[in-house]
Design a binder for this molecule. Structure first.
Ligand SMILES: [Zn+2]
Length: 56
């Protein structure tokens, strides 16, 4: 089981979402589910896939 750290709240998670926001300077970042939901209504939001630690 692998984990990554959420780029927004620094929580360790096994499932992260690859997203882009205008606040992130158009960079792709991995965030946890809660941060992904919070980022959705924001301008510049793009979803680029899901990362799951148990599949690697
Ligand atoms: Zn988070």
């Amino acid at each position: 089981m692998k984990t990554k750290i959420c780029a927004h709240c620094q929580v360790e998670a096994t499932t992260l979402y690859r997203i882009q926001t205008s606040a992130g300077g158009k960079q792709w970042v991995f965030v946890c589910e809660a941060c992904c939901i919070k980022a959705k209504p924001r301008p510049g939001y793009r979803y680029g896939g899901t990362w799951q630690g148990y599949r690697h």
